[in-house]
Design a binder for this molecule. Sequence first.
Ligand code: TYM
Length: 332
Amino acid sequence: VPRVLSGIQPTAGSFHLGNYLGAVRQWVALQESHDAFYMVVDLHAITVPQDPAELRANTRIAAAQLLAAGLDPERCTLFVQSHVPEHAQLAWVMNCLTGFGEAGRMTQFKDKSAKQGTDRTSVGLFTYPILQVADILLYQAHQVPVGEDQRQHVELTRDLAERFNGRYGETFTIPAPYILKETAKIYDLQDPSIKMSKSASSPKGLINLLDEPKSSAKKIKSAVTDTDTVIRFDAENKPGVSNLLTIYSTLTGASIAELEQKYEGKMYGALKTDLADVMVEFVTPFRDRTQAYLDDPETLDAVLAKGAEKARAVAAETLATTYDRLGFLPAK
Ligand code: TYM
């Protein structure tokens, strides 16, 4: 059975619609056909300062949302990154294999550090993609379900895996990104030229799944479209409408062509009103399920403990092989 691995940061509390449509939805589908490993990446979260109590709470909230979205601990391995110490251990090895310039070319780092200045940027943020490389290689993942913004990190993973294999002998599976074209990039509702993101989007441009459903409906209704009147998918000339059609299509299973037909001759307002209803129908039970998992932290923690145990078994084996290939003297 092919293996998949992916991760999500716990920093925002609520997942946003881009996280869900771009990644988490695929995670749920892939647990049926793949040996799936999914984690909440708290080690990645501390690359920027975190309040400890908030980080702890948000880690549980992230796990609860993953279960609410449909991850089934019987069908996948769900865990918290820091529960598996091998991530930090393999990350060190990968750090030593990465060129300084190579790491400096990662665009996410360049964007973030440019915004906050290098003195306020941690070395951890610089090596963040290399930790992600370790995450993926530890599990010998074949595929990595993510949104478009993570493609470069998966490419780096392939490069480093090939480099290690070439230097020390076949050790790591070369992973491929698993990025669905339709939902690779969900756009900001107010500015459809940028991706929806917790850092760059304005509150009105961003749908947080755990927000009040009414507020999310309002954001859909006030989404930016264009001065044309035709409801048609055209990402280049009609990015706002196209984004709404993508969201509508993915949440309901109706094809874009079906939706174009349904709204032929209708105004943007009709599309938005219906999509607002679709959104409410989606987020309302999602929030309830998330809350139910959070109301029972013992069970939630037990799920994560079991996941960590399963993950460690795989991770420890890969790390042991890696250390051996590197020439580290065994401890015994
Ligand atoms: P993170 O937490 O920023 O985002 C989680 C997932 O959501 C996707 N995503 C989007 N997809 C479509 N449209 C959007 N607007 C949008 N915004 C976010 C992201 O692509 C991602 O798949 N570095 C990763 C976490 C990570 C990881 C890993 C992923 C750590 N280790 C190993 C895969 C494998 C991150 O910060 O994702």
